[in-house]
Every structure is written in C-alpha cells, then in structure tokens.
Design a protein around this ligand. Structure first.
Ligand SMILES: Nc1ncnc2c1ncn2[C@@H]1O[C@H](COP(=O)(O)OP(=O)(O)OP(=O)(O)O)[C@@H](O)[C@H]1O
Length: 586
C-alpha cells in the first residue's frame, strides 16, 4: 500500500467526497430547489431581528397603531413564509438524500459481493457491513442536515454582518473584535470537556467489565479464591472514574462561568457601546439579536466542520471498496455450448500460497488428472491442502504457478460465472440463509418450480422430514425459524446440489459424526447424487471412499500417494495405510 502524505491524503479524500456529487446528479433539480428554499427560509429568518427592532422603535416614537399593526403583520407573514420554506426544504433534501444513498448502498453492495476472495481474507465481516450501514447513515445525516445547516449558517453570518454594517460600521467592528473570539474559546473549551467525558465513559465501561466478567465467571472467581483480588481491581477502576469525573466537573464549572462572563459579558459590552454611540433602542435590540445569531452560527460552524470531516472519512472508506477490482462475473442465463464442461479435470504442477501469507506455500507442484464421471477422493492430515485444491478448482484463487485444465482447456478460457455454475459444493458446515426451506433448496436454481424442489428434496432423502413440518417447504429456518440438525442441513445442501445438476460435484465430508440413521440417509443421498458426474470428495472417514476410482493422498501440500483403496492399503508404511489403520482400530 502506498503511504500518502497528510496533504495528499486530504486532497484525495476531498476529491473522493466530490465524487459523491456524481450520485446526486440525477436529482440535481430537486437538490437545487431545496437549496433555493433553504436560502429563502434563512433570509426570512434574518428579517426577524430587523422587524422586531422596528416594532420597538415605532411603538416608542409615534404610537401609530396602524404602523405597529403593519410591522406585526409583516412579522406574522415572515413566520408563515419561513415555515412553508422550511417544510419544502426538508422534504426536498430528505427526498434527494434517500434516493442518492439508496443508489450508493446498492452500488457499494453490488461491488462488494463481486470482489475476489482475496479481498475478504484480510477484512472482518463486521467492518465491511458497518461501512454499508453506519458510514452511509453518516452520509445521510450529512446530506439531510449538516450540509443544509452549513449553508444556512453561512447565509446567517454573511447576511447578518451586512445588516449590522448597515446599522453601524463602528459598532459592528467592536462586536467582531470580541464576540467571535469568546465563542471560539467556548467551543474549544467545550470540545476538551467532551473528550474528558469520553474518558470517564471508558473508565466506567472498564469498571463494568470487571463486574460482568466476574459475575459471568463467578465459578472461577470462587474456585481461585479471587474475591479480594477482584474487589481491589473494581475499587481501583471506580476510583479512577471518580477522579476523572471530578476533574471534568472542575472544567465544566469553569466553562459555565466563562460563558456567563465571556459571552454574556461581550453582549453587555456591545449594548454598552451601542448606548454610548446613541443607537435607538429598537436598532440596538436588533443589533444584539443579530450578534447572538452570528455568534451561535460561528459556534455551529465548528460542529459542522467536525461532522464534515467525519463524512469525508466515511466517503473515503466507501470509495476504497469501489476502487478494488471486481471478479469478471456475469449473470448467467444460458451457458454457451463451447463453455459446457464434460467433467475432465487436470492440475499441472500447481503451486500456491494464500495472498495473505506469501511466505508459506500451501501447495507444492501438485499434478493429478480426473476423468469425466470419476469419483476421486482427497485424503490427508489436517492442513494438507485439500480444501485449497477445491478453492482453486472453483477459481476462488489463481495458482501462483502451474495450470488447471477442464477438458483440455485452461480454466481462464471459461467465463468465471459459467465455470462456477457448473460445479456444486456440499460443504461440511452447511450455511442456510434465513428464509424458507424451499428458498434454501432453490439457492442453486432460483427459478425452480415447486415440483422440482420436491423432487430434489426426495432425491436428497430430505422430503421425509420436510413434509413432517406443518408448513413443509415454506418452513422458515435459521435464527428466526426452526433449527435443523446437522444431518438435515446436509440433506438440504444435497437437495440444492441435486437441483443445480452440476457437471462437477465437490463434497466436503462432515467430520462430526452423525447418528447411524442420518449417516445412512446422507450417504445414500450422496451416492445417488454422484452418479453420472465427476465428483471430488474431501474424505475424513476413509470407510466412505473405498469405492472411489482414485484416492489422492496429500501431505504438507504435496501428493504423496495416488491409487485405489486396494492399491494404497498395500503400500508398505504408506500414509494412507497408516491413516486407515488408525481409523479402523479406533
Ligand atoms: N484463507 C487462508 N489464508 C491463509 N492460509 C490459509 C487459508 N486457508 C487455509 N490456509 C492454510 O493453508 C493450509 C492448507 O489448508 P487447507 O484448508 O487446504 O487444508 P485441509 O487439508 O483442507 O485441512 P482440513 O482437513 O483441516 O480442512 C493450512 O496450513 C492452512 O493454515
């Protein structure tokens, strides 16, 4: 990864943030209309102090009811106008940001799911899903609130200052010399206190951890007679929280005194100065109100700056995903005859290491052939490289050396989606999606009819238990539905494979033992499934592969033996012979 200087980084981040506007483009008209309403509502807001000041002056000077009523009426019309403008501005901004962010969410997710396995090796699922949820929520907040608020504050500051200067340039200068300084000090001070409050929260959280851990592990605490040790630990953490809390309290007290003295003091100074130069009461009143508006907008800008920085960070995270290269996938409708597999596989001198661990080779010069419709078993100790061979077969990774052929054509010749769609994996740990049993079976073929689903379930020996559920195929599985047993889940996965009718079947045999009945049902279903197609079985229990056409024995990334069961059990001191003796004497 390139290391960028801070400036270049912030320049690229800003550039990326600008890319966001690409997603806004289709909604440009609504966005501009929203901006116009924002401008109008901010201007209407700015008219208040002026009208209020005039009201005071008119009432003091000539007591003309009609003039007073006129101003009162203008104030009410301004109020109405402002509320109408705000209403439309909010609706327009929400509309634009919801639509923009939905597109952005879809773009990011669609890109993410098409990224190669390499990408997922080095990232945690939580981190990636939080990008799609919290980073985008942050942007949503920016588009709906922060950006409009930023524009509003700018209008208030510039408009307010113009109006103030029209009243009195010297008093405006006086106000600017003191009020913004006080506001900025208060903001910086406030931030410092917020940091401190975070420290307190962390400290309190860490003392709560002691409570949680010790209560959950109360058995260990008692068994090790650690009560007094834990009491000391808890006392230490809570006292520290109290110490930081007291320190924070002092600063909070100082801040409120400062606000009373500094900010209100500055306002008093402005009023005093206004009185000295002989400004009318009404004018002075509106002057002070504008000063308050401007002061709070300056304070607000600091908040907005932080929040914009966060959004730029979030955009950077999101666009980083879009910068990654996707796998060349396509939505398969029909496979070209040229890309249809016969089922012959050939690995030629394959070496491989995982991209995340360049220095540890996982496969070293592996070569083997599988003819169409053969049943081949991969055997070997844990970590030998069996699952890695399967990943290379599926082209989840490319080998670092060597070539993989399907029917004498190199694997690159086949479009990736066409290649994968002709293979099917029945994994050890079957992952079921949180939908119905029917949907889970149809995962291999989304447009399957109910009859096809039932036929597949029957072939997989799964229909018998599915039909016993009152809702049959419509039964919900997963977190919010029923939990299926290991054997049942495997049979659902087999039904999925039956439905997909792959040319090449990959079975990762379950290591955990099923009860005898489930085992028989699963094995029987697998045997039916393997008929008439090439099957690669990662075998953990050697009893199931005695009939295999070929057994490939791997050890530490290399093939050490190859042959049928009969041949291999006769190899003197052979690994297979050893492994099978160990399993059968258990
Ligand atoms: N995603 C990965 N990143 C880095 N190294 C990996 C990854 N997956 C597997 N390995 C390493 O590659 C080697 C081979 O692993 P593989 O899973 O292919 O073995 P296996 O023969 O299938 O083992 P088992 O029978 O335990 O499933 C192991 O040393 C393992 O630590």
């Amino acid at each position: 990864m390139k290391i960028l200087s801070k400036q270049t980084r912030s320049a690229t981040s800003t550039k990326q943030a600008m890319q966001l506007f690409k997603y806004l483009k289709p909604h440009w008209a609504a966005f501009s209309a929203g901006m116009l309403f924002l401008l109008l509502s901010s201007l209407a807001g700015l008219a208040f102090p002026k009208l209020l000041g005039e009201l005071i002056d008119v009432s003091k000077k000539n007591h003309h009811d009609s003039a007073i009523n006129m101003i009162g009426l203008s104030l009410i019309s301004m109020l109405m106008a402002q509320s109408v403008f705000s209403f439309f501005r909010t609706i327009l901004f929400v509309n634009v940001s919801e639509k923009t962010l939905a597109t952005l969410r879809q773009t990011i997710y669609n890109h993410l799911i098409q990224l190669p396995m390499n990408f997922f090796l080095t990232r945690r699922v939580g981190e990636l899903s939080s990008r799609i949820s919290s980073d985008i929520t942050l942007l949503q907040e920016t588009f709906t609130n922060t950006l409009p608020e930023f524009v509003r504050q700018l209008i208030i500051i510039s408009g307010g200052l113009t109006l103030l200067m029209m009243t009195s340039i010297s008093l405006t200068g006086f106000m600017l010399a003191i009020l913004p300084v006080m506001v900025i000090i208060a903001v910086v001070f406030g931030r410092f206190i917020r940091h401190l409050s975070k420290d307190i929260q962390n400290q309190v959280a860490s003392s709560n951890t002691v409570v949680e851990e010790t209560l959950q592990g109360i058995f260990s605490v008692k068994a090790f007679a650690s009560e007094f040790f834990e009491m000391k630990r808890y006392t230490g953490r809570t006292n520290e929280a109290a110490r930081i809390g007291i320190k924070g309290g002092k600063f909070k007290a100082a801040l409120s005194s400062f606000i009373i003295m500094g900010i209100f003091g500055a306002l008093v100074a402005v009023i005093w100065r206004g009185a000295v130069i002989g400004l009318d009461t009404g004018k002075l009143f509106s002057f002070v109100l504008y000063s308050v508006f401007i002061g709070s907008s300056i304070g607000g800008l600091a908040e907005i700056y932080t929040s914009l920085q966060k959004s730029i960070g979030a955009t950077e995270n999101l666009f980083q995903i879009l910068d990654e290269t996707k796998e060349p996938l396509s939505d398969i409708v029909k496979i070209d005859p040229e890309h249809q597999l016969q089922g012959n596989i050939s690995f030629r001198n394959i070496s491989f290491h995982y991209p995340s661990r360049e220095d540890s080779p996982v496969l070293k010069g592996v070569s083997f052939n599988v003819s169409a419709n053969q049943k081949v078993a991969l055997v070997g100790p844990s970590g030998a490289g069996k699952s890695t061979i399967v990943s290379l077969l599926l082209r989840l990774y490319d080998p670092s050396n060597g070539h993989i052929f399907f029917d004498k054509k190199e694997n690159h010749h086949f479009p990736l989606s066409a290649l994968r769609s002709q293979m099917s994996v029945v994994p050890q740990d079957v992952f079921l999606f949180g939908g119905t049993i029917g949907e889970n079976i149809a995962y291999g073929k989304q447009d399957a009819t109910e009859e096809e689903l039932i036929a597949a379930a029957k072939k997989a020996n799964a229909w018998e238990f599915i039909q016993r559920f009152p809702l049959g195929l419509q039964t919900i599985v997963g977190e919010r539905g029923i939990q299926l047993s290991g054997g049942q889940r495997q049979r659902i996965a087999i039904a999925r494979a039956v439905l997909k009718a792959p040319r090449i079947l990959i079975l990762d045999e379950a290591t955990s033992a099923l009860d005898a009945e489930s085992e028989r049902l699963v094995q029987d279903a697998l045997n039916k499934l393997m008929e008439g197609r090439t099957s690669i079985v990662i075998a953990h229990r050697l009893a199931t592969i005695r009939q295999a056409d070929k057994i490939i024995v791997l050890d530490k990334g290399a093939i050490v033996e190859e042959g049928t069961h009969k041949e291999l059990v006769n190899v003197h001191e052979g690994l297979y012979k050893n492994l099978s003796e160990m399993q059968f004497t258990q």
